[in-house]
Design a protein around this ligand. Structure first.
Ligand code: PLP
Length: 393
């Protein structure tokens, strides 16, 4: 037996595992320390009551042979797919067929697994800094990566490449920089992809944080995108489903590989062979967030995180730090003071302020010189963290 040696090419440890290890070591040495964790992008608010009630009802259905559910459709239940299309796409002028939406257990699996249907010799463009899953899963598959530098001068949206790429990962609002992409810039990426017969893998996990109507929520708002883009969505950050698990992926039937093969058909085949569907309970919970009550509750939850983001962003700017993001995103991307090394600043914040952030370098070489702070903590924690940071700067 031999292993997939591509795994040897992965960087030592998954970023958040490395941070967790450093935080545990600190905690073991200082058991009395009250850490504030604004590192990993996990939510803290309870689920919307509409989702909780729907999931309770769904659990009760399992108690009776007449309403019991076994395996569901691998692609997701129609009740959820219909709600997704009606609420997330139709109001933005996007028409989708039901079989263009694939419900899943979240965007991490889908953004990682999508490579199953794409050739190993495709050249992959990955924005840097980036959500590490895109890098790691392509390294595991043995693909060649080309990094697309994202920095303040290109508004963290990358310059349109002059060389050929086959696959391009884009994520807006962005993790980790909190940047958004304008309609014009996204149209330039779509134009590039159509010209190069490339596919854009568009991760819109944070779409619900956009509050400027001129910004695109979906790549399909851009003409031509249905011929060149796959879109990933998640209920994790929209509705607090990080532990419940539910998301979906859109693959238009008009998206074809160079040889004319439908990626929609291929993904359907892949899912039928390797995935047995997201849980009925999660899907009922997700459906409920589209009810009028659910929509209001979700808006309230996101409003809280956005208020934290605004507070953190403004307070750090008032301290003289250079800050990005945090307006249409739960992430604030902060330049380290005087160009301090990002892991060094991470450790200083951990040791001296007992605040956990994420060092930018962990997201790629162009993340050096920054740290990412999340607004997913409670309002009290966000305020306390800012006060502690102020003290040590
Ligand atoms: N995509 C991005 C950009 C993320 O930041 C995350 C989670 O942090 C995910 C996807 C994962 O989402 P899910 O919980 O749906 O797997």
């Amino acid at each position: 037996m031999r292993i997939n040696t591509n795994y040897h090419q992965l960087s030592g440890r998954y970023l958040f595992a490395e941070i967790a290890q450093q935080v545990s070591a600190y905690k073991a040495a200082h058991p009395e320390a009250q850490l504030i964790r604004l590192g990993i992008g996990d939510v803290t608010q309870p689920l919307p009551p509409a989702a909780i009630n729907a999931m309770h009802r769904a659990v009760d259905e399992y108690a009776d042979t007449k309403t019991f559910h076994g395996y569901g459709p691998e692609q997701g239940y129609d009740f959820l797919i219909n709600a997704i299309i009606a609420h997330d796409f139709v109001p933005r002028g996007i028409q989708l067929d039901r079989d263009e939406v694939f419900v899943s257990d979240g965007a991490k699996s889908d953004t990682g697994n999508i490579g199953d249907i794409l050739a190993v010799d495709n050249i992959v463009g990955i924005t840097d800094p980036v959500y590490p899953v895109y890098v790691d899963t392509n390294v595991m598959a043995g693909r060649t990566l080309r990094y697309i530098p994202c920095h303040a001068d290109n508004d963290f949206t990358g310059d349109i490449p002059t060389q050929h790429l086959d696959i391009i990962y884009l994520c807006y609002p962005n993790n980790p920089t909190g940047a958004v992409i304008t309609r014009e810039k996204l149209a330039a990426w779509v134009e590039y992809a159509l010209r190069h017969k490339a596919v854009i893998l568009y991760d819109a996990a944070y779409e619900a944080f956009i509050s400027d109507d001129s910004l695109p929520h979906s790549i399909y708002e851009i003409e031509g995108a249905k011929q060149c883009a796959i879109e990933f969505r998640s209920f994790s950050k929209t509705a607090g489903f990080t532990g419940v698990r539910c998301g979906y992926t859109v693959i238009p039937k008009t998206l074809k590989a160079e040889d004319g093969t439908s990626l929609n058909a291929l993904w359907n085949r892949r899912q039928c062979s390797k995935f047995n569907g997201a849980s009925y309970i999660s899907q009922r919970g997700a459906e409920a967030i589209y009810s009028p009550k659910g929509q209001q509750e979700v808006r309230d939850i996101i409003g809280r995180y956005k208020a934290n983001a605004a507070y953190i962003r403004q307070s750090l700017a008032d301290m003289g730090l250079t800050v990005y993001g945090g307006q249409h995103s739960p992430y604030i991307w902060v330049s380290t003071p005087d160009g301090e090394d990002s892991w060094h600043f991470f450790r200083r914040l951990l040791n001296d302020a007992n605040v956990v952030v994420t060092p930018g370098e962990g997201f790629g070489t162009h993340g050096e010189g920054y740290v990412r702070i999340t607004a997913f903590g409670t309002a009290d924690d966000s305020r306390a963290a800012v006060a502690r940071i102020k003290k040590i700067l």
